[in-house]
Design a protein around this ligand. Structure first.
Ligand SMILES: [Zn+2]
Length: 443
């Protein structure tokens, strides 16, 4: 919560700065440049042939959105545009809220899996993050939850974006993921004599509680944990649970007490259930979710964040990125299984928020996840809701992002066609605005 207030304060300062710069330069088109100068106190009117109300699923024809100081002030059909407003006319295009990805690793790239990661410094991957932040924003994702980065590279990136130093999506970031010794969130590539342990490793109730406090101390605005084994790690089993119930409970209780939500990486059915019973806010991946897990998630109101498109990309590109053989073998088994089980969870009505695991595959392709959800049984509207209002709810930012309504941040995208008819329209985002600033012009 404090963090949110801090961010709000920062963006107000940014806007004041932007207004001053505009006054000096007199360059009213400056905000058309990616990462450009905020629009300051002037009103901007965005016009488009139609706009999607993601709550009702209805199109609003002849849509106008008025923007001031980075926020939406009014929205509707043919509403009056104040004199002197700067016009952005998107013609026949369709307007939607900025998209939200609940599972990214902005400071990671696919060719850095396994041994290829060994020589990369934290400063180097942070700059990789700056490149990926821009790509993600230009793909229409104006908010992300970044879940798991060594060395707090994601926290540095988040703060640089908030300061206006680099363009990128609004980030909720976890810093290092908490995990057990030798688990998915530990470094298991090195021989014992190297004595390498990942930053987030902690075992036992006291140690995990301290680690939770430590990552919050260094800037985590969400806590990421590894509740089961994973695919892209050596020597562990995705189906096996890792943290004990007592450890999970300690982390989640402490995080909630300090105002942070908790996202649990969990493939195996047992780890999913333990995390849900311990009160976790979201299950990431959920590959082996079973009937009991589905029932518990519905009972506890736990969110599911599947990450499914990556299965296609990883298997197709394993050779090109030199994915180590033991990891590819796991991917070939787990990722197709995940689609079968997630399809059941969708059918049973588990609350679902959109996630990709971008970083395991190239950033900017995030929207390819939508078509997989539709293939597994969601309607296009449900798929869009998973990346807008649902994701905003899971962030706890439902009154700031996820819908186009007065009072929300002016985060919006435009596409040529109708994504309710063809969901892949979202893979071809033509225009992006974040907080009143145009991040991508019409192409
Ligand atoms: Zn991940």
């Amino acid at each position: 919560m404090n963090q949110n207030r801090l961010w709000a304060k920062k963006s107000v300062t940014m806007l004041a700065l932007g207004a001053a710069l505009l006054a000096i330069s007199g360059n009213s088109s400056a905000e058309q440049v990616a990462g450009g100068v905020p629009t300051g106190s002037a009103v901007t009117a965005v016009k488009a042939a139609r706009m999607l109300d993601v709550k009702s699923g209805q199109w609003i024809e002849h849509a106008v959105v008025l923007v001031k100081d980075g926020k939406i002030t009014a929205v509707g059909k043919n509403i009056a545009i104040p004199n002197g407003a700067q016009m952005i006319d998107l013609g026949s295009r369709s307007l939607l809220p900025g998209l939200i990805d609940m599972h990214t690793h902005l400071t990671g790239d696919p060719e850095f899996q396994g041994y290829m990661a060994v020589s990369l410094s934290i400063p180097r991957v942070t700059l990789t993050g700056a490149k990926n932040a821009r790509r993600t924003l230009e793909a229409g994702f104006t908010t992300v939850r970044d879940v798991g980065a060594e060395g707090y590279s994601d926290i540095g990136l988040r703060d640089a974006i908030n300061a206006g130093d680099v363009p990128g999506p609004r980030m909720m970031a976890s810093g290092p993921a908490l995990g057990i010794t030798g688990g998915h969130c530990d470094d298991t590539m090195h021989a014992p004599e190297y004595k390498i342990t990942s930053t987030g490793v902690a075992d036992g109730v006291d140690a995990v509680m301290k680690k939770t406090r430590e990552v919050i101390k260094y800037g985590a605005s969400v806590i990421k944990i590894c509740a089961t084994g994973g695919v892209l790690s050596f020597g562990d089993d995705p189906k096996a649970s890792q943290y004990s119930f007592e450890e999970l409970k300690a982390i989640i209780t402490e995080a909630h007490r300090l105002g942070r939500r908790v996202a649990a990486h969990a493939h195996g059915g047992d780890g999913i259930k333990l995390a849900v019973l311990a009160g976790v806010d979201s299950i990431e991946h959920g590959s082996y979710i079973d009937d009991e897990g589905i029932r518990l998630m519905k009972e506890h109101g736990t969110w599911l964040v599947p990450t499914l498109y990556l299965g296609d990309w990883l298997v197709q590109n394993a050779e090109a990125i030199k994915l180590p053989a033991p990891l590819l073998e796991k991917a070939k088994v787990v990722l197709p299984d995940a689609r079968k089980h997630i399809a059941v969870a969708i059918k049973q009505g588990v609350k679902l928020a959109f996630g990709t695991d971008a970083g395991v595959y190239p950033h900017g392709l995030n929207a390819r996840e939508f078509a997989v959800y539709v293939k597994l049984g969601m309607t296009p509207l449900q798929a869009i809701q998973s990346a807008t209002r649902n994701a905003a709810d899971l962030l706890g930012w439902g009154n700031q992002v996820g819908t186009l309504e007065a009072g929300q941040f002016a985060d919006m995208i435009a596409v040529d066609g109708d994504p309710l008819k063809d969901i892949t329209e979202l893979e071809r985002v033509k225009w992006v605005m974040k907080e009143g600033v145009v991040a991508k012009g019409v192409q």
